[in-house]
Design a protein around this ligand. Structure first.
Ligand code: 13P
Ligand code: SF4
Length: 304
């Protein structure tokens, strides 16, 4: 921690000067998560927080779609990204034209888009979802057929949880979670008996089926906090376990894990740099933002 201390001090003093808050996703490295974030959480919690914080500036410590979501919900605030290249394989897998194509394939079916999408895709959709409310949002649609974009695995996991709906999907995937196989989990159980396996729903359904629990990053935290298993393997991004391990000393978090190269682009140095320069301001075309806001707000209203 000593090497981070000067950065943390400088960031905290600039935060006060700029009336800024830092929203940190659960996949940030511990020095960002614990050291400088004012609020931490999953995609849904951060989106809601963006509407509530009383600040002139939001520094989004997460990936680009999260910063866009904050800007869509709080257009009057300045939203800064420590690194504009922090993308997401899911957000990159579909454009608004892809949404139109799905509408042509399934006429009349509503489009539920994961928040891991660009503002244009959100604007072309009917409603958004996150991994913590996807099943609830799909179940709430009137139509029997529901289009989910762009995560094929989240959609397949939701389809199992909401069997009354005909869920159809776009073929996108998360480069971090698609790497796990059910055999990995079976091998791990054999080598480490008694370990609780906890998977994010961006994992393929046969991986989720091998796990003891599946949930969003906040769902994972809630599960481990309540259950306090002796040993836990989080089938998700590496920083998740690092960030919660200190507050749960009774749980032994074991590896392996996968890193998200996009999330890992966010560093303390870059946070300090954008607060100093006010560079990397995230802008969303107002017409697109207005439409995208409807999709995100419908999701927030249904999740409360
Ligand atoms: P959560 O909404 O569960 O935090 O997930 C976001 C994400 O990008 C997971 O890969
Ligand atoms: Fe996107 Fe996967 Fe990284 Fe999450 S972990 S930001 S879904 S690439």
């Amino acid at each position: 921690w000593a090497i981070y201390a000067p950065y943390v001090k400088a960031i905290n003093s600039l935060k006060a000067e700029r009336n800024a808050v830092i929203l940190g996703h659960n996949y940030m490295t511990p020095e960002i998560f614990h050291g400088v974030s004012d609020f931490v959480g999953d995609s849904l919690q951060l989106a809601i927080k963006a509407t509530e914080v009383d600040a002139d500036v939001i520094v989004q410590c997460g990936v680009h779609f999260m910063a866009e979501t904050s800007k869509i919900l709080s257009p009057e605030k300045t939203v800064l990204m420590p690194d504009m290249e922090a993308g997401c394989s899911l957000a990159e897998s579909i454009t608004a034209e892809g949404v139109d194509e799905m509408r042509r394939r399934y006429p009349g079916a509503p489009v539920v888009s994961y928040v891991n999408t660009t503002a244009e895709v959100k604007a072309a959709s009917d409603i958004c979802c996150t991994s913590s409310n996807a099943a609830q949002i799909v179940a709430a649609q009137e139509s029997h057929t529901v289009i989910m974009t762009p995560d094929q695995y989240l959609a397949q996991n939701v389809a199992k949880d909401v069997p009354q709906k005909n869920v159809v999907w776009w073929e996108g995937s998360c480069i971090v979670h698609e790497q796990y196989s059910p055999q990995d989990l079976r091998d791990f159980r054999e080598w480490n008996p008694g370990t609780r396996l906890i998977a994010h729903p961006e994992c393929p359904p046969d991986v989720v089926a091998e796990a003891d629990f599946s949930g969003s990053t906040s769902g994972i935290l809630k599960y481990v906090t309540e259950e306090k298993p002796e040993k836990a393997l989080l089938i998700t991004e590496c920083s998740m376990a690092s960030n919660i391990a200190d507050s749960l000393p009774e749980v032994e978090f074991v590896g392996p894990c996968n890193m998200c190269p996009y999330m890992k682009k966010i560093t303390l140095e870059k946070v300090l740099w954008v607060l100093h320069t006010m560079d990397n301001q995230v802008e969303v075309d107002p017409t697109v933002a207005a439409k995208a806001r409807l999709s995100v707000q419908r999701m927030i209203d249904l999740s409360r």
